[in-house]
Design a protein around this ligand. Structure first.
Ligand code: PLP
Length: 284
């Protein structure tokens, strides 16, 4: 089941062809995207997702996304999904590109809703094995080289997908990127969160990673419940010595890492249950 709406709010056939072959999103990965989790017809963290879409677009010097048009487009997909599927989860992808190279300069935008992949649903329950992979840059390059677009959610995700394939070929479901100085960055499509006692920590956006909407929601809920939260650089030993290591993203929610680089981590099942309940409490 998939539901597609173009940015002008019209529903379209997801099986049909809509994108021109000279679209720069297709030709060069020149565009930005978001993936929003929708539960029972309610999009989670839509505001932060649209904020991040706008930040990413600004980094690529795309025309500022038309927020009311995106909000309308999201509603059209959700309503059509609800009509067809009833209450269930949906991953809603928002895609915004520079448009056709030989067009009139208009950007391309669409939203497509689809079912959550079986594998993501399974991993939420079982937890995952992860491997650390070198992302190949020093954190100080982030401010010095804005053209690298570190921290933009651009469509150029071939590297991220290759990292996940590499992980799969090496007995793991997930990867965690490290910077050249050994500091922890993020997963190819997730943020890293560690728990030590009643403190949650995640790595800072200044290291060239995405500001996670799921991580943000969890930290909000945790603070309400009396936890301390910190956004600061993390090292690999801090991942392995933590009470719990988690990967957070809209589709994953809070997924537990039980094995890192082949080594079993302390059992964080109870902690996972507690953090998942905190995250869900944001939407109760
Ligand atoms: N980091 C990267 C590189 C991502 O692609 C994603 C989401 O896909 C995240 C972090 C997590 O972001 P969010 O929680 O907003 O889905």
């Amino acid at each position: 089941m998939r539901v597609l709406a173009m940015l002008d709010g019209t529903l379209a056939d997801p099986e049909a062809t809509h994108i021109r072959v000279d679209d720069l999103g297709l030709m060069r990965g020149d565009g930005v995207f978001e993936t929003v989790l929708v539960v029972d017809g309610v999009p989670r963290e839509l505001g932060p997702h649209l904020d991040r879409l706008a930040r990413s677009a600004a980094m690529l010097e795309l025309a500022p996304p038309d927020r009311p048009a995106w909000e309308r487009c999201v509603r059209v997909v959700i309503d059509a999904w609800q009509d067809a599927e009833g209450a269930s989860e949906m991953a809603l992808k928002l895609v915004y590109t520079r448009g056709p190279e030989f067009g009139d300069g208009s950007p391309t935008g669409f939203a497509m809703g689809m079912a959550i992949a079986e594998r993501a649903l399974r991993n939420r329950v079982t937890g995952v094995r992860a491997v650390t992979l070198d992302r190949g840059y020093e954190p100080e390059i982030v401010a010095r080289a804005p053209w690298l677009l570190l921290g933009a959610k651009s469509l150029s995700y071939a590297v991220n997908m290759a990292a996940l394939r590499y992980a799969e070929a090496h007995d793991a479901e997930e990867a965690i990127f490290l910077a050249a100085d050994g500091s922890v960055l993020e997963g190819p499509t997730s943020n890293v969160i560690v728990a030590h006692g009643h403190t949650l920590r995640t790595t800072p956006p200044s290291s060239g990673i995405l500001r996670g909407t799921t991580q943000g929601a969890l930290f909000r809920a945790a603070e309400q419940a009396g936890w301390a939260t910190k956004v600061e650089p993390l090292t690999l030993p801090e991942l392995t010595s933590a009470d719990g290591l988690f990967l957070a993203s809209s589709v994953r929610k809070i997924t537990r890492v039980h094995t890192l680089d082949g080594e079993k981590l302390p059992d964080a099942s109870a902690l996972h249950t507690e953090l998942s309940a905190l995250y869900e409490s944001e939407y109760a």
